[in-house]
Design a binder for this molecule. Structure first.
Ligand code: ADP
Ligand code: MG
Length: 562
């Protein structure tokens, strides 16, 4: 294996077999990124087209979510991977705006292509783009709209904007209002800890049966119905309930008992039975003496013990998931113990009320809290498991945008309005920049228009006419004029309640700049032989690519030069 230093760079390259440099390399990279961006771009907005992604294993997914498309594509091309990285970073930071980010990277590269043809040096373009982005971020703040954190209706509109098109309009509205209602219940001022919201999807019923419950809801499956089969009726409600949490199974360890006992005659069998009996009696007695009403066990509880507990009026719930155990602990103050013997009075948690109720084919217990709204549960109903899961995703999208709007107390007009406003501002700003960078700033402004242009096209509008109309509005200082894709007109996005969190746009710009810059910087592609060793992937550590950058080049050692 030969190793040598690439001229003009600080990178070591391992046994190269193929190489392209400078303009050729850059052109190839730009072309690759642009074609991927183009595929994702047309999914933008509520009217975006669906894409069918066929996996290498033959699985087919139809989606119009930019993030899911990129996630599912088998991306071999290193440039495409850089683009996907920009999207992933956007998704990871704010959970929305990935299509916007990818569209912007594509548009920035397309503009850069023209500048390169005009003879601008890549570093001049990068510098111009950077100045433009900085100015745009400043201006974005200025066109943002203040949000009152207590204004639930406003937050609902932000959530609706994020999920319109992902579901039918009515359901999208309904889910947005449920999500925002849960969020504002647990919000303390402008901060929300989503861990205080439990999402539970229960197949069956209709979406409209979904509801927000005050307290922590735990799906107990058939735990309580089997008890009813013993002919013991447990209360549906426990007031001032005491709760115990156990880590191990609540059974008689008969394997252990058998190994010490040979059950060859009737007397020994009786011994074994009475041993088992005493273990059960002790466990039940211990829980009963501690005044426990409900016991959650992470593993199984044998039927005999469950029945005896039921006779004492104690509801026993087996196979509770670990995360649910932790939630019960945090809501009731109960301490998880390994064995019944280890339980002390101080381990017992308290809840003002615990209700047991049937929902669909399952049973739930709902543990209320001392402070109403300190924990809520969102019970999601509807159709199949697939639908239920999809609903969960929509709810999470609502959570993340509403949360961002709460944190920043600011939103920006959607429908391409804020991009238009920034483009308009940058056109003026460009003249102050002067020199060759001015061209790059103007190109950045042009690239921003890709968002309203795409939305206009998807709404069946003429892109050129629409952009001209939008520019006229911007000239008049109407920074909220955007494309109303639902009605197919230019409209005031604030009045139409198409609002997005400031943070989503902020990061879309930042990540797009970073993605485009990263691709423009590459001027040397070196395809090395697959060595399988721990060779340097050629990542230039002098550059801050943010968010962890590209960790894995997936067997494509490539070099970043200057
Ligand atoms: P992303 O992955 O970038 O979030 P989306 O497919 O969610 O992509 O589309 C977001 C874009 O759609 C934003 O520019 C947003 O302003 C716009 N949008 C959402 N709802 C509407 C609407 N009702 N009218 C116009 N534009 C909308
Ligand atoms: Mg979105």
């Amino acid at each position: 294996m030969t190793q040598r230093r690439t001229p003009g760079s600080n990178l070591w390259v391992t046994h190269e077999v193929d190489r392209s440099e400078g303009a050729t390399a850059r052109a190839a990279n730009i072309a690759a990124a642009k074609s991927l961006a183009e595929a994702v771009r047309t999914t933008l907005g509520p009217n975006g087209m669906d894409k069918m992604v066929v996996g290498s294993d033959g699985t087919v997914v139809v989606t119009n979510d930019g993030a899911s498309i990129l996630e599912r594509m088998d991306l071999d091309d290193p440039t495409a991977k850089m683009l996907a990285e920009a999207a992933r970073s956007q998704n990871g930071t704010v959970g929305d705006g990935t299509t916007t980010t990818v569209t912007l990277v594509g548009a920035l590269l397309e503009s850069a292509e023209n500048l390169l043809e005009e003879g601008l040096h890549p570093t001049t373009i990068i510098e111009g783009y950077r100045r433009a982005a900085e100015e745009a971020l400043d201006q974005l703040r200025k066109v943002s709209i203040d949000v009152d954190p207590t204004d639930e209706a406003e937050l609902r509109r932000v959530a609706e904007t994020a999920v319109t098109g992902k579901w039918d309009d009515e359901s999208a509205r309904y889910l947005s209002s449920l999500a925002v209602s849960a969020l504002t219940d647990v919000a303390e001022g402008d901060s929300v800890d989503v861990r205080n919201i439990t999402l539970q999807s229960i197949p069956g019923g209709s979406l409209r049966d979904s509801e927000v419950l005050d307290g922590l809801s735990i799906d107990i499956g058939s735990s309580s119905t089997t008890i009813e089969a013993f002919d013991v009726h447990l209360p549906d409600t426990y007031e001032s309930a005491s709760v115990a949490l156990l880590d191990t199974e609540l059974t008689v360890d008969s394997a252990d008992a058998v190994s010490h006992t040979s059950v060859s005659d009737a007397a020994q069998l009786r011994d074994l039975q009475s041993y088992e009996e005493s273990v059960r009696v002790e466990a039940v007695q211990q829980l009963s003496e501690l005044g426990v009403d409900v016991v959650f066990c992470q593993k199984s509880i044998d039927d005999e013990i469950r029945m005896r507990l039921a006779r004492e009026g104690i509801l026993s719930i087996e196979r509770t998931r670990q995360d649910e155990m932790h939630k019960v602990a945090s809501v009731t103050g109960a301490v998880l113990e390994r064995n019944v013997d280890d339980l002390a009075l101080t381990d017992i948690g308290q809840a003002p009320r615990i209700d047991r109720r049937s929902v669909g084919t399952t049973d739930l217990v709902v543990i209320s809290t001392d402070v109403p709204g300190s924990h809520v549960s969102l019970l999601l109903r509807g159709g199949t498991e697939h639908v239920a899961e999809e609903t969960k995703r929509v709810i999470k999208d609502c959570f993340s945008v509403a949360q961002l709007a709460l944190q920043d107390k600011a939103v920006v007009p959607g429908g391409g309005a804020s991009e238009m406003a920034l483009a308009h501002h940058l056109d003026t700003f460009a003249s102050q920049v002067g020199g060759r960078s001015q061209l790059a700033v103007e190109s950045f402004a042009e690239a921003l228009e890709a968002i309203p242009r795409t939305l206009a096209t998807s709404a069946g509008l003429d892109a050129i006419d629409t952009l001209a109309e939008l520019r006229t509005h911007q000239h008049r200082g109407e920074t909220t004029a955007g494309v109303d894709v639902v009605n197919g007109t230019v409209a005031d996005m604030r009045a139409e309640a198409v609002l997005e969190p400031l943070a989503v746009k902020h990061y879309a710009l930042t990540n797009a700049l970073e993605g485009a810059t990263m691709i423009l910087r590459v001027d040397d592609i070196i395809a090395a032989e697959q060595t399988g060793g721990d060779h340097d992937h050629g990542h230039d550590h002098d550059h801050d690519h943010g968010h962890g950058g590209l960790q894995d080049t997936g067997g494509y050692p490539w070099a970043v030069g200057h």
